[in-house]
Design a protein around this ligand. Structure first.
Ligand SMILES: Nc1ncnc2c1ncn2[C@@H]1O[C@H](COP(=O)(O)OP(=O)(O)OP(=O)(O)O)[C@@H](O)[C@H]1O
Length: 327
């Protein structure tokens, strides 16, 4: 049950939408989205560019009005009660707005001063502690315009962390960062989650979601494809079949005959998509039969198995499309 206040129980959902829709003219940017983000999760909002992630986040944060449907954040309906919700939410959307001529520290002090609930007497201490959290203490005196993209992103995070938050909403937080910057942001996200903050982050990077998220929702063309715990999403799809054998030619022939597609032969291995994999179906019986067919045809099978499925396999199985990581 959704809570009636922002101080609700820890087990309920922190974001809940029902048939949430945003239309720009003829373009359906978000189409009947029903999303459930459990409290305490690191929730990855995954989808290729243009799939509706930013539009959804902007609706959740009260920046744009939905065309139809409903959304609750921290148990409150938004956008109607967004003002009650926002003090509990730290958001980093489309890059932080910074004053380039001010130092990182002064930018933070300004942010803090704009918050009417923030006690001016403890402002400096809050800013220093937020700078420390994101690893910007040494660079705090530099003008923000001299910051790298990664440093700007971290300063934006520091601003979101000035107050304790129940929810952090991060739109593509590692976009444009180098691998080291990405690792640092991921480490920070894990740390915040371990302290009980729910983190909702959007990404077009599958491996990023797999590395840092406990739960995920997958979007394509404005629609929700699937959502749930990351381990379950990946388990719903099957990875490629791998047969290790010295008789690769014969093995490939038998596998194709039994409905295995996309068969690829390497030195001592034959891999392919098991039959039925495109529906994400589990078919252990078929696999046992495949193995028996290989052995029956005289193929010397040294290894037979299905590799662990990734979220990418799940995406391909669900949409029938490759995951477009352009941009
Ligand atoms: N203000 C707008 N006016 C018209 N169309 C828009 C507007 N904002 C977004 N769209 C369209 O809605 C669709 C979803 O865009 P959105 O930015 O939400 O996707 P996204 O998944 O966040 O992608 P990206 O990672 O590129 O931001 C796109 O086709 C986009 O062109």
């Amino acid at each position: 049950m959704p809570s009636s206040s922002t101080g609700g129980r820890a087990t309920e959902s922190v974001i809940e939408t029902s048939a949430l829709t945003k239309r720009y003219g003829k373009q359906l940017a978000v189409d009947q989205l029903s999303l459930t983000v459990p409290a305490g999760s690191v929730f990855g909002f995954l989808g290729p560019n243009g799939s509706g992630k930013t539009t959804t986040i902007r609706m959740l944060m009260g920046l744009i009005e939905p065309t139809s449907g409903r959304a609750r954040v921290l148990g409150r309906p938004v956008p109607r009660e967004i003002r009650t919700v926002l003090p509990h939410v730290g958001a980093l959307i489309e890059g932080p707005a910074l004053y380039g001529f001010l130092s990182g520290r002064d930018n933070l002090l300004r942010y803090d001063a704009a918050d009417p609930t923030a006690d001016p007497r403890t402002r400096r201490a809050r800013a220093e502690s937020a700078l420390d959290r994101v690893g910007l203490t040494a660079a705090a005196g530099k003008k923000a315009k001299a910051y790298s993209l990664g440093m700007k992103q971290r300063l934006g995070l520091a601003a979101a962390l000035l107050q304790p938050r129940r929810l952090l909403v991060l739109d593509e937080p590692t976009n444009g960062l180098d691998p080291q910057g990405m690792r640092e942001i991921r480490a920070l996200v894990r740390e915040l989650a371990s302290e009980g903050t729910t983190v909702f982050l959007s990404s077009h990077l599958l491996d990023e979601i797999e590395q840092v998220c406990t739960h995920a929702a997958v979007m394509a063309q404005g629609r929700l494809i699937t959502q749930g715990p990351v381990a379950e999403l990946a388990a719903g799809a099957r990875g490629r079949l791998i047969v290790t054998t010295p008789d690769t030619g014969e093995a490939a022939r038998v596998l194709k005959e039994h409905g295995v597609t996309d068969v690829v032969v390497t030195e001592d291995r034959v891999t392919g998509e098991p039959p039925g994999a495109e529906e994400g179906a589990e078919a252990p019986r078929d696999l046992a039969e495949l193995n028996a067919a290989l052995v029956g045809a005289g193929v010397r099978v040294r290894g037979f198995g299905v590799e662990r499925a990734s979220l990418e396999d799940a995406f391909v199985a669900l949409t029938g499309e490759g995951f477009d990581v352009a941009g």
